[in-house]
Design a protein around this ligand. Structure first.
Ligand code: ACO
Length: 430
């Protein structure tokens, strides 16, 4: 690649510069295209569009590679923790012992919600989905910390707001679970680490503490770590787009929660379990269901399969599958849904429909089964994903915040509606 690309449009030859990433990825810079030719590019779903340059996460979907700041996901999963990895994502380097201690102390300092925020929970009906509560509460939190909105302090106070958001998303999530079930809320404990503290807030009772199980804590910590970032996916792009308007960190990440909620994105982990339960209740072993999927009956999809970027395997799915077996055997649990999941995977991996479309299990295929074994209810699965993804959103927000060339995101369109016509008065319309 010589650093240039050529485009011929209506016999006009246009030279476009290229940008090469540190892993050799090539981007053709079309930022002058419209000015010079009047044309724009059209790429529905953005499968071929780079919206930014980023130094946070690298994915090679063809080879099944995922790296956070240059570290392979499998190595981080084996050796790091969610909190250490969060620091890495946000600040670019693994923390020293002193930096990690400082970061952990900030997380502890900010773990309590502003007491005023507690009353917001009362406004939600018992039917509220925890993702609705989470996005609303994160946005509401911004009103308690006005100093993050203005220019200079917004940058200076960033480490505090970042730590507060990572810490409080977990408190909000646990509170929303307790409220939805009519249980008293449990306050965080200073003595507990991040993930153990979350499980304590979820499952302790005022008169009886949840019994800490290191294997369970590790499994959930790993789920958070594996979800911590994934380059320019739907929710992260949303966070960056909102941040590009100079909206504050809370507003931007609250928008990320909304984008994550959908079943084609973070909502897939809940959708996988719903699918497995449905197959189980119908007495099917998965074969009938897969035939429906292949014949596109009711546009059914094998949830937890396929990925926009991974076209070989999802490296997170490999790690999580192993963890899933471990958790179930440690808890001495057999799960008929896991048997169905394994059967679906086995058939799909050898079936031409899935092979030809490069559809493989993604991270959500097994994470739901682990969470179910831990006792996390299904409607909280996507919330777990949001807790995990928070450092990635924050790291991407920081890139936008610190980019001196950042411009408001404002895509173009190709208009296909009616051309100019005259207004017809109401009484003459057919
Ligand atoms: N089951 C059955 N068929 C599928 C699936 C699936 N899970 N995914 C894609 N296909 C088929 C489509 O029907 C289409 O077939 P066609 O060529 O006959 O029309 C073809 O594969 C291409 O599908 P697209 O929708 O164009 O693929 P895209 O890259 O846009 O979608 C997505 C990726 C949304 C992840 C998709 O694979 C999907 O819906 N998967 C199920 C939901 C899921 O697990 N989402 C989680 C993603 S990972 C994450 O967010 C953490």
């Amino acid at each position: 690649m010589n650093g240039k690309a050529e485009l011929i449009i209506d016999n006009q030859r246009l030279e476009l510069p290229t940008t090469i990433g540190s892993e050799g990825e090539v981007g053709i810079d079309i930022s002058t295209l419209r000015d010079k030719t009047g044309a724009i590019t059209l790429d529905p779903g953005y499968g071929n569009t780079g919206s930014c340059e980023s130094a946070i996460t690298f994915i090679d979907g063809e080879k099944g590679i995922l790296q956070y700041r240059g570290y392979d996901i499998a190595e981080l999963a084996a050796k790091s923790t969610f909190i250490e990895t969060s620091y890495l994502l946000i600040y670019g380097e693994l923390p020293t012992a002193a930096q990690l201690a400082e970061f952990s102390a900030l997380l502890t300092d900010y773990q309590m919600l502003h007491e005023g925020l507690r009353f917001h929970f009362e406004g939600f009906p018992p039917t509220a989905h925890p993702m609705a509560i989470l996005s609303a509460m994160i946005n509401a939190a911004s009103s308690y910390y006005p100093n993050m909105v203005s220019g200079k302090t917004r940058v200076e106070r960033f480490p505090h707001h970042a730590a507060r958001l990572i810490s409080q998303v977990r408190t909000i999530a646990a509170f929303s679970y307790r409220k939805a079930r009519g249980l008293p809320v449990i306050y965080p404990k200073t003595s507990l680490k991040y993930t153990a503290n979350f499980l304590h807030m979820m499952f302790s009772l005022p008169n009886e503490d949840w019994t800490q199980n290191e294997d369970i804590v590790r499994a959930l910590d790993l789920i958070f770590l594996l979800h911590a970032d994934h380059e320019q996916n739907c929710s992260t792009s949303t966070v960056r787009m909102v941040a590009s308007s100079r909206a504050n960190l809370y507003a931007s990440c609250s928008a990320g929660v909304c984008a994550l909620w959908g079943p084609l994105h973070g909502g897939a982990n809940q959708a996988v379990l719903e699918m497995l339960e449905e197959i189980h209740q119908e007495g099917d072993d998965g074969t009938r269901f897969l035939n429906d999927v292949k014949n596109k009956v009711g546009n059914r999809r094998l949830m937890g399969f396929g990925h926009r970027v991974y076209k070989n395997f999802d490296p997170r799915a490999v790690i999580i599958k192993e963890q899933c077996d471990k958790v179930l055997s440690q808890l001495h649990k057999s799960d008929p849904l896991l048997d169905i999941a394994k059967k679906l995977e086995e058939i799909a991996l050898h079936d031409d429909y899935f092979i030809s479309r490069k559809l493989y299990p993604n991270v959500d295929f097994y994470s739901g089964i682990i969470m179910r074994a831990i006792g996390i209810p299904m409607d909280m699965f996507t919330v777990m994903f949001a807790i995990g993804r928070m450092p990635g959103w924050i790291a991407n927000f920081k890139e936008v915040l610190e980019d001196p060339h950042s411009r408001i995101s404002r895509p173009r369109q190709i208009y296909t509606g009616p051309t100019l016509r005259s207004y017809t008065p109401l009484d003459t319309r057919g």
